[in-house]
Design a protein around this ligand. Structure first.
Ligand code: SAM
Length: 221
């Protein structure tokens, strides 16, 4: 349960030196002022973070994962990569937490430039829809921590969930759909179906995927 993992009381209590020692133990004051910009929600085994870490070497990113053992695995995976490739993967980390409860404990208003929701659990039954990681209520929270212009990436192989995520985003006044041209030009979009373990499983099985990628905009008045 939640009582088994510590939760920072506010974003300023997140211990960056623990997650990104190379960035935060240097004598360079500027290096220590960086903040996390990408959050992979329900990161699973961490495949997306590993790909993003080298694509955006100066950007701090974190995976949020509920399962203890899976979080430990990702931690070890990142440590092993840091060891094997000195200087690389220093910008990626993971934390065990319940993202449906504690996002505001980790990120300030407007802090994030990208949030990822890749192959989230579908929770098919109507009464379990409130457990879905995308919902009108949670989108309010995501809009709060995303900066204007920030992007939320979602993908699933469950058509019904894809429709649900899209309709939640479409119905929210602080998000607008990204155009096809922009999607084509964004190198991150290609990773959505190829970088994570779940995405790879789906493509091995020849499954279809449903994507919704939206930009945080200023609210309509
Ligand atoms: N994104 C990964 C991928 O594409 O391979 C993992 C997808 S897996 C189907 C969904 C993950 O979300 C699981 O690892 C699960 O433990 C995690 N999860 C579910 N609810 C969560 C929550 N409230 N907070 C954090 N992680 C959660």
């Amino acid at each position: 349960s939640d009582s088994h993992f510590p939760v920072p009381i506010s974003p300023s209590h997140v211990d960056y030196s623990l997650h990104y020692p190379q960035f935060f133990q240097s004598s360079d004051i500027l290096a220590g002022s960086k903040k996390i910009e990408f959050a992979d929600i329900g990161c699973g085994f961490g495949g997306l973070l590993i790909s993003l870490a080298t694509l955006f070497p100066e950007t701090l990113m974190i995976g949020m994962e509920l399962r203890d053992k899976v979080t430990e695995y990702v931690k070890e995976r990142i440590l092993a990569l840091r060891k094997a490739s000195p200087g690389e993967y220093q910008n990626a980390s993971v934390v065990r937490t319940n993202s449906m409860k504690y996002i505001p404990n980790y990120f300030e208003k407007g802090q994030l430039s990208k949030m990822f929701f890749l192959f989230p659990d579908p929770h098919f039954k109507e009464k379990n829809h409130r457990r879905r990681v995308i919902s009108p209520h949670l989108l309010d929270e995501y809009a709060y921590v995303l900066r204007v212009g920030g992007i939320i990436y979602t993908i699933t192989d469950v058509e019904e969930l894809g429709d649900w995520m899209k309709s939640c985003l479409e119905g929210h006044c602080m998000f607008e759909a990204i155009t096809e041209e922009e999607l084509e030009a964004d190198p991150v979009v290609k990773l959505l179906s190829s970088a994570t373990e779940e995405g790879q499983k789906v493509s091995r099985n020849g499954g279809q995927t449903f994507r919704a990628v939206y930009r945080r905009i200023l609210p309509c008045v």
